[in-house]
Design a protein around this ligand. Structure first.
Ligand code: RFL
Ligand code: PHB
Length: 394
């Protein structure tokens, strides 16, 4: 059995990038179909980002999906950097006039799904063999299998929002695509626990035994991470071992306030910097993790995906409203200008805050000197702060 579906924009991937795009397009009267190889429950359950820039909050407001975010999100005016027991607070509010909001990606995704379902968005979940085709013709298509049927979507444009492991980026010929990558020689082991956070603001700590991060999802739910070996496994980390290691890395003063408990999620994520250029090929536009990855140290991945989508939604709206293709033609260059700046910040903060196995004593001293410089310099602290709260959208 086979089926043909017609739409204006076929969106591959139903993560935050794909969902927000479908919402913004619907508000502009543009029809879309969204495909995902997983189902809604799986996507909503994926525990990932936790920190939203002000620009991301504004984008979600403009998309009409920020009511719960305003009720439940925690505004944060600063965060701490810690280095072997010394602490330096980056006062986001004083240095930039802006703050960030702690609100989980799981919640952003739920809010977007609720709205898209209420509006009758066409979704295909659990799809297989997704294949974008005819991208450089005037009749682009996306083929896939759904519930034992072969489905073809006939569309004007394809939005590749299918994350780092998706198929969209791979549909760009090797002769066209350039990629840039740095794989870090460690990962982050993260746990989630229903206990109040150790501190009311985030703490990023560089300790001789490795990086640690104290984060949260709410006043009663904490998220903690520690740097681990790339080939490590969660089974090697009982909760007790995790709490002991975290306490050492956060230092005795903070550890004294640590409320431990049974974790209900534990996972290891590798750290990677990655950029694919260009972010457009014919009718295909890449957005979010499909085009770029940042290490999580700057809390930028989700925010960067949202920034891409704002540009892409604006460009598609200009095309359909006014037959004006200038923004579509400029999308890749405009998105990449921001991407590279955010890559730089995430790389810089990752380099400062982790223990690198290859570091010589000289590089270790350089990290310490940079921390000391930051601690004593308002200018250097402001540079960190303006990147952390989010660079302005061009
Ligand atoms: P997603 O969320 O990966 O969604 C892609 C969707 O595409 C689907 N898919 C396919 N569908 C159809 N066909 C295929 N062949 C497909 N292949 C994949 C997938 O099922 C999925 O539903 O990408 P998107 O939308 O671009 O969103 C990006 C963000 O998810 C990501 O950047 C952030 O989570 C990164 N990140 C963080 N970002 C922040 O802004 N702040 C943070 O504090 C933060 N912390 C994190 C993070 C990511 C982490 N991990 C595990 C990667 C912490 C962690 C631990
Ligand atoms: C998180 O809470 O998951 C989190 C917070 C800040 C980061 C990365 C992850 O930089």
């Amino acid at each position: 059995m086979s089926e043909t579906v017609k739409t204006q924009v076929c969106i591959i991937g139903s993560g935050p990038a794909g969902l927000l795009l479908s919402q913004l397009l619907a508000m502009a009267g543009i029809d879309s179909v969204v495909l995902d190889r997983r189902d809604r429950a799986y996507i909503e359950g994926r525990i990932r980002a936790g920190v939203l820039e002000q620009g991301t909050v504004q984008a979600l407001e403009e998309a009409g999906v920020a009511d719960r975010l305003h009720r439940e999100g925690l505004p944060h005016d600063g965060f701490d950097l810690a280095f072997d027991g010394d602490r330096h607070r980056i006062d986001l509010k004083a240095l930039t006039g802006k703050s960030v909001t702690v609100y989980g990606q799981t919640e952003v995704t739920k809010d977007l799904f609720d709205r898209r379902f209420a509006d009758g968005q066409r979704f295909f979940f659990n799809v297989e063999d997704v294949t974008p085709a005819d991208l450089t013709t005037d009749a682009p298509r996306v083929h896939f299998r759904h519930e034992d049927r072969a489905v073809t979507v006939e569309c004007d444009y394809v939005a590749g929002c299918d994350g780092f492991h998706g198929v969209s980026r791979k549909a760009i010929p090797e002769t066209v695509l350039r990629t840039f990558e740095r794989v870090y020689p460690f990962g982050w082991l993260g746990i989630m626990v229903d206990r109040p956070p150790v501190s009311h603001e985030l703490i990023y700590a560089n300790h001789a035994r490795g990086f640690a991060l104290a984060s949260m999802r709410s006043k009663t739910r904490s998220r903690y991470y520690i740097q681990c070996e790339l080939d490590d496994h969660v089974d090697n980390w009982s909760d007790d071992r995790f709490w002991e290691e975290l306490a050492v890395r956060l230092g005795p003063e903070t550890a004294a306030k640590l409320e431990t408990g049974p974790s209900f999620e534990k996972s290891i994520a590798p750290l990677r910097s990655f950029v694919a250029e260009p972010m457009r090929h014919g009718a295909l536009f890449l957005a979010g993790d499909a085009a770029h990855i940042v290490p999580p140290t700057g809390a930028k991945g989700l925010n960067l995906a949202v920034a891409d989508i704002r540009l892409l939604a604006r460009a598609l709206t200009a095309h359909y409203r006014g037959r004006d293709d200038r923004l579509l033609d400029g999308y890749s260059a405009a998105a990449l200008r921001r991407v590279w700046k955010v890559e730089r910040f995430s790389w810089q903060l990752s380099t400062l805050m982790h223990q690198f196995p290859e570091n010589s004593p000289f590089e270790t001293r350089m990290q310490r000197a940079e921390f000391d410089y930051l601690s004593g310099s308002e200018a250097a602290s402001r540079s960190i702060a303006e990147n952390y709260v989010g660079l302005p959208l061009e």
